[in-house]
Design a binder for this molecule. Structure first.
Ligand code: ARG
Ligand code: ASP
Length: 750
């Protein structure tokens, strides 16, 4: 007994020594499970956390996690008062704000501030979710599945998992909870997440777009940044403080926990952590997968979108009406376009393909050993699967980024249901219902549609620009020129003219499906979608399923390689040591993001984007005045803000230097979905709201680099300054718990 104890101690010491260097260096990487945060506690405390892991996530008493919500379908939000007040990003509240905006009440342009509870605006369809609890259910879900029958088909495996998950969820769902059972480490582990869903969420306030979206797409993904990217909502509950559908009699929700707000600021190097819902990362894929992203997927999408954006931007510059019509579309197209450019640049600069290849060499060597034997063959099989996938992937991207680039194509396809209802092959709704939904879709479509722009896009995107600059035609019409075909689409089809569409819908009866089927764009849409669904998608699905199951085994291998301790010995034998940090870094591998709650932590820190250039870690209101340009839509600054700036009327929201801070950056590892996440300091107080990353660091979804990857956060002081000084919504300030800086409290005492 005694001997074993001593032996273990030695092992532990040796282990800690071997990894000490790594974990000190790479503390910033990782999106950790709140349930297992005990394992990060010591490191977080060393970096400046004053709390215990239990204060962040606990199921026995209220903890920080009780103040964090899934906001809508893909963002995070946080509760900041005992009356259910929620902060999130402006771009996360955007569709709710747009929903309430009209020409008479243009809240998007001018902002909105409810003067009292009664003025807060219900937002149909908007939901927030609180995580009640997460549980490791790997045992129940996976028992016997991998061990007993390794030859189990992927579909059978999926079916068993689904059945087991349903069995676990049903009792909790009956109690009114929402349950999601989610795979981790590519299906090597499963966790159950139990959520409480609130469906009465109301818009409380939003700054005007020239604050909430300041810098627009020009500054998107960029540092230095000056976007006041926040909006304010409130959760309502029934008289028992329980979730309930919207009702005028609902009351502000009293949360289990709400965040205190810290106006005392920070210095470079200070500890920060982010609690939120990162959507998806791929840190453990192979060199084959990264090569595909770097050489095929991203470049194809980027070049297609460059051409599409050129056309849209030229049209937007020419005509203010087009600018409004296409602003939101252009933002959507540009968001991915810009991110992928940073991603390709980053993975090239870090030679991720090369370093993954080195790691794979080590892995293959390890497969010769007793521990690694079971993984022999997994890498070659993955390589083969990616080779098989590649041509179909290229066809998929052509379909998505070229074929569907002209909007009329998917619009025409969306009338398939009307045809099916008319012919009687779809009886799930009546002809009137089908017609009504088409009418509604047509109204929305034509409101923001310009057929001239769309035709130009069709013309240009019928070709694909190759790396060497040559243009290959990817969409052609046998027996007809593109020109003639487009004359027909844009001169005759009901899908490219509101007048033709209205005339068509007005006299529509069941037999009109014949006319629909004769419509040139409807016909074309049926053909291209049919080709995609029959000749491309089945193969994408097949090879992706194969990759999924292989990647599950490979992931298990990567975990085992790490935990076996074999890695170090393989390194000593003289293999290259340029191994991805995520594979050797801390003591365990964090699971890829999958839109479940995670904790990321790091420091407030500037970075060096290029030789001789150093970026400071925060921006100020002066920077907004520097960027101001009344002639450029993205850089318009309102008189009221200029006036506050001129008078330096910052109240308690200034920093110790008297500046008005706006945004700051840190080394927290975040991704899409983390938007709106609370950024907390060592005391667990709210210091900011996460909203973006730097363009140079967007490869962090594949490879995190502590030198270059930064998350971009709104300084909570700017948020409160806008609410208080700019909007005068002091009733909201009054309901928050605020920690004031010493200089302000001293002033106030005098
Ligand atoms: N880049 C941020 C995130 O990925 C913000 C996007 C919204 N803002 C915009 N200007 N398009 O989603
Ligand atoms: N802007 C992203 C979001 O909307 C955040 C990111 O990708 O860093 O979630």
């Amino acid at each position: 007994m005694m001997i074993r104890k001593i032996f273990n101690r030695k092992l532990v010491v040796a282990f800690a020594w071997a990894f000490a260097g790594f974990s000190m260096l790479h503390a910033d990487e990782g999106m950790w499970l709140p349930l297992l945060l005990d394992q990060n506690e010591a490191e977080m405390q060393r970096m400046g956390l004053q709390l215990k892991a239990e204060d962040i996530y606990s199921i026995n008493h209220s903890s920080l996690k009780d103040a964090v919500v899934i906001f809508g379908g893909g963002c995070t939000g946080e509760v900041v008062s005992d009356q259910g007040l929620v902060l999130t990003n402006h771009h996360c509240g955007y569709s709710a704000i747009q929903y309430h905006s009209s020409v008479e009440h243009d809240y998007l342009t001018y902002g909105f501030w409810a003067g009292n509870f009664e003025e807060e605006l219900p937002c149909p369809g908007l939901e927030v979710r609180f995580l009640k609890e997460m549980r490791d259910v790997s045992g129940q879900i996976l028992a016997g599945l991998d061990e007993v029958s390794p030859s189990l088909s992927e579909q059978t495996r999926k079916d068993s998992i689904q059945a087991r998950a349903d069995r676990l969820s049903t009792p909790l769902e009956k109690e009114g909870y929402e349950v999601r059972i989610v795979p981790f480490y590519y299906g090597n582990q499963y966790y159950m997440f139990i959520y409480e869903v609130f469906r009465d969420v109301r818009l409380v306030g939003t700054p005007p777009s020239n604050i909430g979206k300041f810098g627009g797409d020009t500054d998107n993904w960029m540092w230095p940044r000056h976007t006041g990217d926040f909006s304010v909502f409130r959760i309502y509950a029934d008289e028992n403080n329980r979730p309930a559908p919207y009702s005028p009699s609902n009351r502000p929700y009293v949360p289990k926990h709400h965040l205190k707000i810290d106006l005392r600021g920070y210095e470079e190097g200070d500890f920060t952590f982010v609690v939120g819902y990162p959507g998806s990362t791929q840190e453990y894929i192979t060199s084959y997968a990264v090569r595909l992203i770097q050489d095929l997927i991203d470049p194809m999408r980027i070049s297609a979108r460059t051409e599409r954006l050129d056309i849209i931007k030229a049209a937007m510059d020419r005509d203010p009406k087009t600018r409004i019509q296409y602003a939101s579309k252009a933002a959507g197209i540009a968001n991915g376009w810009k991110k992928w450019q940073g991603e390709v640049k980053g993975i090239r600069r870090l030679n991720v393909v090369g370093s993954k290849q080195d790691y794979e060499t080590v892995f293959q060597d390890w497969c010769q050993s007793v521990n690694g034997r079971e993984f022999t063959g997994v890498l070659p099989a993955l390589e083969k699967a990616y080779q098989d996938l590649e041509p179909y992937l290229a066809m998929q991207i052509i379909f998505q980024e070229h074929t569907l680039a002209p909007e009329a194509v998917s619009f025409a396809y969306s009338f398939t249901r009307l045809r099916n209802v008319s012919t009687g092959s779809d009886t799930s709704l009546s002809l009137e219902e089908a017609l009504a939904s088409c009418r509604e879709r047509a109204d929305r479509f034509f409101k923001d549609y310009d057929p001239v722009v769309d035709r130009r896009i069709f013309e240009r995107l019928a070709f694909m620009e190759e790396a060497d600059g040559t243009r290959t035609q990817v969409i052609s019409f046998p027996g007809n020129t593109l020109e003639k075909q487009l004359d027909w689409f844009y001169g005759k089809s009901v899908f490219t003219s509101q007048e033709r569409m209205e005339a068509f819908l007005d006299k529509y009866k069941a037999s009109s499906y014949k006319a629909l089927e004769r419509d040139p764009l409807f016909k074309y849409a049926q053909v291209v979608y049919g080709q995609y669904f029959n000749q491309v998608y089945p193969f994408i699905k097949k090879y992706n399923e194969r990759i999924d199951s292989l990647q599950r085994i490979y992931m298990r291998g990567q975990i085992k390689l790490k935990e076996s301790g074999d890695f170090a010995s393989l390194m000593r034998v003289g293999v290259k040591n340029d191994i991805p940090v995520s594979n050797v870094g801390s003591e365990r591998l964090y699971p890829d993001a999958n839109f479940t709650m995670r904790v990321a932590y790091g420091q407030v820190k500037g970075f060096k984007p290029a030789d001789a250039v150093q970026y400071a870690p925060y921006t100020t209101l002066s920077g907004i005045m520097e960027k101001e340009n009344p002639d450029i839509y993205d850089y318009v600054v309102e008189a009221k803000l200029k006036d506050l700036y001129a008078r330096k009327d910052y109240g308690p929201y200034a920093n110790a230097l008297g500046e008005m801070p706006v945004a700051f950056i840190g080394t927290n590892h975040t991704t899409g979905g983390n938007s709106g996440s609370p950024v907390l300091n060592g005391d667990g107080y709210l210091m900011g709201i996460n909203f973006d990353r730097n363009w140079e660091g967007t490869m962090s979804d594949i490879r995190y680099d502590a030198d270059m990857c930064r998350n971009i956060m709104l300084d909570i002081r700017y948020c409160l300054f806008i609410i208080d000084k700019f909007a005068g919504a002091t009733r909201l300030i009054d309901e928050m718990d605020i920690l004031y800086p010493l200089w302000w409290s001293e002033n106030a005492a005098m």
